[in-house]
Design a protein around this ligand. Structure first.
Ligand SMILES: [Zn+2]
Length: 203
């Protein structure tokens, strides 16, 4: 902000309103962040604004795995090191980050961008299932690991996928317990997630 431009209450109110829209940011936190940014050096605020814009402008979805990436295909799909016979299916891009953090999985991924939820009107066509089925055509995939969340929507989706994929003669596994019911993958700790991945079972 210029020295001579005093921010109006409207500008602060707008920033609070925008921050308040973010997940897990309540009105109190939004207010605290807004006033923090108001006092922060202009450079810091600019960097945050640029980072937000750049994530919108420079990232795209990988046309193979549907993960968020800055190139298409993404680095994982391009990598020679990854085991191409395994695809781990997750609901959200951040689930991949959690699984990668365990360091024990070397296959490929597929991001559904949601889960089937009849109560919320989300059907099979609203998530990236068609893209997944296309990937299974070539015959190189031997196992699909269903790593959808351990809640009602995640289970419904896993069941639906299992019924579609099993007839293709591809092994279908599901992350083992270890993940308590109701857990979202992105919040699971490394040990729980490792145990769940290692103990995955036929589904
Ligand atoms: Zn990819």
């Amino acid at each position: 902000m210029n020295q001579d431009s005093i921010p109006t209450v409207g500008a602060v109110a707008r920033l609070i309103q925008e921050l308040n829209r973010l997940p897990s940011i309540g009105p109190k936190s939004a207010q605290r962040l807004a006033y923090y940014l108001l006092r922060a050096p202009e450079e810091e605020a600019k960097q945050l604004a640029e980072a937000i814009l750049s994530v919108k402008q420079k990232t795209r979805l990988c046309s193979i795995c549907c993960n968020v990436a800055d190139s298409d295909p993404c680095a994982t799909c391009r990598s020679e090191q990854r085991d191409r016979s395994q695809i781990c299916v997750v609901e959200q891009p951040q689930d991949i980050m959690a699984l990668e953090h365990t360091g024990i999985y070397g296959g490929l991924y597929h991001v559904l961008h949601g889960a089937i939820s009849p109560t919320e009107g989300v059907g099979a066509d609203n998530v990236r299932i068609k893209e997944l089925m296309n990937r299974l055509q070539g015959g190189s995939v031997k196992e699909v690991i269903l790593a959808t969340n351990a809640n009602l929507e995640g289970e419904t989706t896993a069941m639906y996928l299992s019924r579609l994929i099993s007839p293709l003669g591809i092994r279908v596994t599901r992350l083992a317990c270890g993940l308590p019911f109701g857990t979202e993958l992105e919040y699971a700790d490394d040990v729980t997630l490792t145990r769940a991945l290692e103990g995955r079972q036929e589904f």
